[in-house]
Design a binder for this molecule. Structure first.
Ligand code: SF4
Length: 63
């Protein structure tokens, strides 16, 4: 599974990066970029937490 960022919704506030900096980095364009092609099993909960915490509902987990 992987995390997908809706770039039209992302406002670049870095909430996801603050939760899981290994999974997300906000780039110079103020868009969160996934850092891994696959979410490691032991980071799935952190990914879910970031999805839930994103105030713009810009994140989702995809198969
Ligand atoms: S928490 Fe959401 S809006 Fe904020 S940087 Fe991450 S994806 Fe973008």
């Amino acid at each position: 599974m992987k995390v997908v960022v809706n770039e039209d919704r992302c406002v670049g506030n870095g909430v996801c990066e603050s939760i899981a900096a290994d999974l997300f980095v906000v780039d110079d364009d103020a868009i969160a970029r996934p850092q891994l092609d696959e979410i490691p099993a032991d980071r799935y909960e952190a990914a879910l937490e970031a999805v839930r915490a994103c105030p713009s509902q810009a994140l989702r987990i995809s198969e």
